[in-house]
Design a binder for this molecule. Structure first.
Ligand code: SF4
Length: 154
């Protein structure tokens, strides 16, 4: 997996103070996409074990408590991102108790494959659906268009 940006302290993408990772790779090609530079899987930088360890350490940092991790992109549920994302979310649930995981995907809940569901089963909140420009609503929190839903999973 590649990624575009990692923010160790973020107060915009989800509730509270968080870590946020923007991964590479998205097949949805939404018109008006805010982040077209992330569409290609080979864009950005390799997501290394060192960065994975850094995310875990940041979530464990008691000097600047984070509520959890936000995963966005790109699409963290792109089929080629699944193994790396799965390992990351499993590590967080194991090594960072009490931290939540929010994930943004262009897939709708009813389109997910079994492998994608295995990740959804590990996270706290899923925001699903493509961005539809005609349904864009700046008053919405944590989503760009009104077709997208916030699913609180646990
Ligand atoms: S799902 Fe998100 S990243 Fe992918 S094309 Fe749509 S708006 Fe852009």
């Amino acid at each position: 997996m590649n990624y575009h940006q990692y923010h160790p302290i973020d107060v915009v993408n989800g509730p509270g103070t968080r870590c946020t990772l923007f991964v590479s790779g998205c097949v949805h090609q939404c018109r008006g996409c805010y982040n077209q530079s992330t569409w290609r899987l080979d864009s950005g930088l390799p997501f290394t074990l060192a960065l994975e360890n850094q995310i875990i350490a940041d979530l464990q940092d008691t000097a600047i408590p984070r509520q959890g991790l936000s995963l966005s992109g790109g699409d963290p549920l792109h089929p080629q991102n699944l193994s790396a994302v799965k390992r990351l979310v499993q590590r967080i649930n194991c090594e960072c108790p009490g931290k939540d995981i929010w994930l943004w995907t262009g897939y709708c809940l009813n389109e997910l494959s079994l492998e994608q569901w295995k990740i959804v089963g590990e996270i706290s909140v899923l925001i699903d659906g493509r961005f539809i420009q005609e349904l864009r609503d700046p008053s919405l929190i944590w989503r760009g268009s009104s077709n997208q839903d916030i699913h609180v999973l646990r």
